[in-house]
Design a protein around this ligand. Structure first.
Ligand SMILES: Cc1cc2nc3c(=O)[nH]c(=O)nc-3n(C[C@H](O)[C@H](O)[C@H](O)COP(=O)(O)OP(=O)(O)OC[C@H]3O[C@@H](n4cnc5c(N)ncnc54)[C@H](O)[C@@H]3O)c2cc1C
Length: 297
C-alpha cells in the first residue's frame, strides 16, 4: 500500500529541523533511516502530513570515544556500529548491531531513530539499558541530556517533546573487569526478536561484583530483571546462582501472547537466553574474545 500524501522537507541542520517541527506542528515527523516510519506509513498506521528529513544534515553520523564515553551521532547506522573498531572492543554493541534485521535495514536504520521509536521489540534500548547511557536532545529551547532509563516512558513513547530530537547517544565504557552479552531468539533474520536478553557482569576472580540484566520483547518497555541481578551480585556464579537468576527472570516478565509465541513460551525463552548471556558475559569479563550471534528458529 502507498502512504497517504505528505510534504517532504529537507533540513540542512539539526536546529533547522527542530524549527521546522515547531513551525509545521504536530502533523510533522522526523525521517531518519525510515525503517520503522516508512513501513508504518505504508500500512497507514502513521499518516504524517509533513516529513522533515535528517539524512542530509552533515555531522550527524559518527562514533567517537572521549574520556571513557562512546558517543554516537543520532544518524549513525546500525551497520556502521556493527563494523566499527569500538564494537570490536565493546562486544555487546556488536552483538546488538550485527543482529538487527538484515543488511539492507542495518545500512539504513539509525541508533537515534531506534531509541526515539521506543518499539518494545527494538534491540538498542534493551542493550543500552545495561550500560550507563544518556541521550542528548535538542529543541528550539536548547539542549538537555536525559538518562536512557528515564527517556523511554512507555511503548512507542519517550520524553521527547514534539519539536525535540535526539542529537547524540552517549554510552560510558564499562571497566576492564566487566563483560556484557546480548542474545535474541528470532524466527528469521529480518524480523524482530521473540525475546532477548542483555547481561552486563563485573567480576573479581570467581565472584560477581555487579550485574545488570535487561530483557527485551517481554513487556511494553525493556524490563530490568532486578531479582535476577540480585541472584548473581556478590556471589560465585555457579549453576545454583544461574538457576535462581533464571527463576527470577520468569517472574519478572509479563509478555503478551502473540504470533511469536505464548506468554509462557516467552518467559521460558527469556530465562534460557539469560543463562546463555551470563555464560558469555562471564567469559568476556575474564578477557576472553567470544563471538556470539542470535539464535534463529
Ligand atoms: C523488516 C524490518 C525488521 C526490523 N527488525 C528489527 C530488529 O530485529 N531489531 C531492531 O531493533 N529493529 C528492527 N527494525 C527497525 C530498525 O532497526 C529501524 O532502523 C529503527 O527502529 C528506527 O530507526 P530509523 O532510523 O529507521 O528511524 P525512522 O523509521 O526514520 O524513524 C522512527 C521514528 O523515530 C523518529 N526519529 C527518527 N530519528 C529521530 C531523531 N534523531 N530524534 C527524534 N526522533 C527521531 C521518527 O520521527 C519516527 O517517529 C526492523 C525494521 C524492519 C523494516
Amino acid at each position: 500500500m502507498y502512504p497517504r500524501p505528505f510534504h517532504y522537507h529537507r533540513a540542512s541542520s539539526l536546529i533547522e529541523a527542530t524549527a521546522m517541527l515547531t513551525q509545521l506542528g504536530e502533523e510533522a515527523k522526523l525521517l531518519a533511516g525510515g525503517q520503522s516510519l516508512i513501513p508504518l506509513m505504508k500500512l497507514r498506521f502513521a499518516n504524517p502530513r509533513h516529513l522533515v528529513d535528517l539524512n542530509f544534515v552533515s555531522g550527524t553520523s559518527y562514533i567517537q570515544e572521549e574520556n571513557g564515553t562512546v558517543k554516537f551521532g543520532a544518524l549513525t547506522r546500525h551497520s556502521e556500529i556493527e563494523n566499527s573498531r569500538i564494537a570490536e572492543h565493546f562486544p555487546i554493541l556488536h552483538d546488538c548491531a550485527a543482529g538487527i534485521a538484515d543488511v539492507q535495514i542495518r545500512n539504513r536504520g539509525t541508533i537515534g531513530g531506534s531509541l526515539a521509536e521506543a518499539d518494545p521489540s527494538g534491540d538498542w534500548a534493551t542493550v543500552l539499558l545495561t550500560q550507563e547511557t544518556d541521550i542528548r536532545c535538542l529543541s528550539p529551547r536548547g539542549e538537555r541530556t536525559i538518562a536512557l532509563a528515564d527517556f523511554i516512558t512507555d511503548a512507542y513513547t519517550t520524553l521527547l517533546e514534539h519539536d525535540e530530537l535526539v542529537r547524540e547517544v552517549m554510552v560510558k565504557k564499562p571497566d576492564k573487569s566487566s563483560g556484557g552479552a546480548y542474545l535474541a531468539f528470532k524466527r528469521s533474520a529480518p524480523v524482530y526478536p521473540t525475546a532477548s536478553a542483555a547481561v552486563q557482569l563485573t567480576v573479581e576472580g570467581d565472584v560477581c561484583k555487579d550485574a545488570t540484566i535487561v530483557l527485551g520483547c517481554v513487556g511494553l518497555v525493556p524490563v530490568r530483571a532486578e531479582g535476577a541481578a540480585d541472584a548473581l551480585r556478590g556471589r560465585k556464579i555457579d549453576d545454583k546462582a544461574v538457576a535462581t537468576a533464571m527463576d527470577a527472570v520468569r517472574t519478572a516478565t509479563d509478555p503478551q501472547t502473540d504470533m511469536r509465541g505464548s506468554a509462557e513460551y516467552k518467559r521460558t525463552l527469556a530465562a534460557a537466553l539469560v543463562k546463555r548471556a551470563i555464560e558469555v558475559a562471564m567469559r568476556r569479563a575474564r578477557g576472553e574474545k567470544v563471538e556470539v550471534s542470535h539464535i534463529y528458529a
